[in-house]
Ligand binder design. Structure first.
Ligand SMILES: Cc1cc2nc3c(=O)[nH]c(=O)nc-3n(C[C@H](O)[C@H](O)[C@H](O)COP(=O)(O)OP(=O)(O)OC[C@H]3O[C@@H](n4cnc5c(N)ncnc54)[C@H](O)[C@@H]3O)c2cc1C
Length: 321
């Protein structure tokens, strides 16, 4: 929430209201934060959120600077340079540009194993829900690791995601299952048999990557082809070619490092009287409520601290309650 101050020494300046000759407003876009002549601002909690377009934030039209105090230069009020501190956490990681992968758009897989390799080294292992979009892959498990992936992509590292579509079966058990299915349904086309093993939307992709003719009868699948299918089911590899833009980020780890904040009050260590919270801070958590909780908790603390400081009751020793 952008916070306006209606005292004569207005600390936050709203361009629209200044132009209109007013000082108090609650529903405008904050454009600048101004320090008072003597340095500190007037106990202002600031909660402008992230530069992502997916929220309500109208920030593209309203870059917020924190000005007027030499020490304020270190803060960039929620508009950290994307090339600098902002880390994007994307709804969807980019993927190989294979039309056949895009054909799976809309498919959500539950109970999938996922490993992430960066320059050939395993950097993460997880299990859960992965979805395909027209851009690539997404879903909770992808989101959890996307900060690491985005960092790696920015450092020009090669990122590969490997999906284990049959995590409950080891290679031997999976091979037995394939042999049994192919035998029991030996007169059927392999694309039809595969529908019993993977979602319908994945059949074409599987056959493409395993280089098997969809019209081939199951009884004609040889040992090498079965091995390719087994390996693909356990280790479906996708080169990550990029990530979605900042505008689509769900969480952005917004830019002001926690080291520049006094943790028991949320006051800036660079601008006295300025209290920062939520996604203005360079923090992030897994999806599922952790980011909202961080925003609620830091927002509560920033607001209470600012009010207590304004009332002269803020104590360095006594925690707020
Ligand atoms: C699509 C989506 C899904 C999400 N899902 C989850 C989830 O499941 N779990 C989870 O934990 N987190 C989730 N998040 C993240 C979570 O919503 C944010 O971390 C949290 O809302 C941040 O709170 P905030 O108060 O810091 O910022 P925001 O909630 O973004 O609030 C900032 C407010 O400030 C206003 N504002 C911005 N700039 C200005 C300006 N210059 N002047 C005036 N007002 C301004 C904005 O309009 C906005 O109302 C999701 C985010 C998105 C976008």
């Amino acid at each position: 929430m952008g916070t306006m101050n209606d005292t004569p020494s207005t600390s936050i300046e709203c361009g629209t209201c200044v132009a209109a000759g007013t000082t108090a407003c609650t529903d405008c876009i904050v454009t600048h934060l101004l320090a008072n002549d003597d340095g500190p601002v007037d106990f202002v909690p600031v909660a402008l959120g992230s530069p992502s377009d997916t929220g309500a934030a109208p920030v593209d039209d309203a870059p917020v600077d924190i000005r007027g105090h030499p020490a304020a230069q270190g803060h960039r009020g929620g508009r950290a340079d994307p090339g600098d501190r902002v880390i994007e956490l994307f709804r969807r990681a980019g993927l190989v540009d294979e039309p056949v992968v895009r054909a799976m758009a809309g498919l959500d897989l539950k109970n999938v194993g996922m490993r992430i390799y960066v320059d050939g080294k395993r950097r993460a292992s997880d299990f859960g829900e992965v979805g395909f979009t027209r851009f690539g892959i997404g879903g909770p498990v992808v989101l959890t690791h996307s900060r690491m992936v985005v960092d790696a992509l920015r450092a020009n590292r090669k990122v590969v995601v490997s999906l284990d579509l049959k995590p409950a079966l080891d290679e031997n058990k999976l091979d037995s299952r394939l042999q049994r299915d192919f035998h029991e349904r030996r007169e059927e086309r392999i694309d039809s048999v595969l529908r019993g093993l993977v979602p319908r939307e994945m059949v074409e992709t599987c056959l493409h990557f395993c280089d098997i003719d969809a019209a081939k009868n199951a009884r004609l699948i040889d040992g090498r082809e079965r091995m390719r299918m087994r390996r693909w089911l356990k280790d479906f590899r996708l080169d990550i070619s990029g990530h979605r833009p900042l505008a689509e980020a769900i969480v952005t780890a917004g830019g002001i490092p926690p080291a520049e904040i006094t943790p028991h009050t949320m006051e800036s260590t660079l601008v006295r009287g300025l209290y920062l919270c939520g996604e203005l801070l360079d923090i992030d958590g897994d999806t599922g409520g952790y980011n909202l909780q961080a925003a609620f908790s830091t927002g509560w603390l920033a607001g209470r601290s600012a009010a207590a400081a304004d009332a002269g009751t803020l104590s360095a020793d006594k925690p707020l309650s």
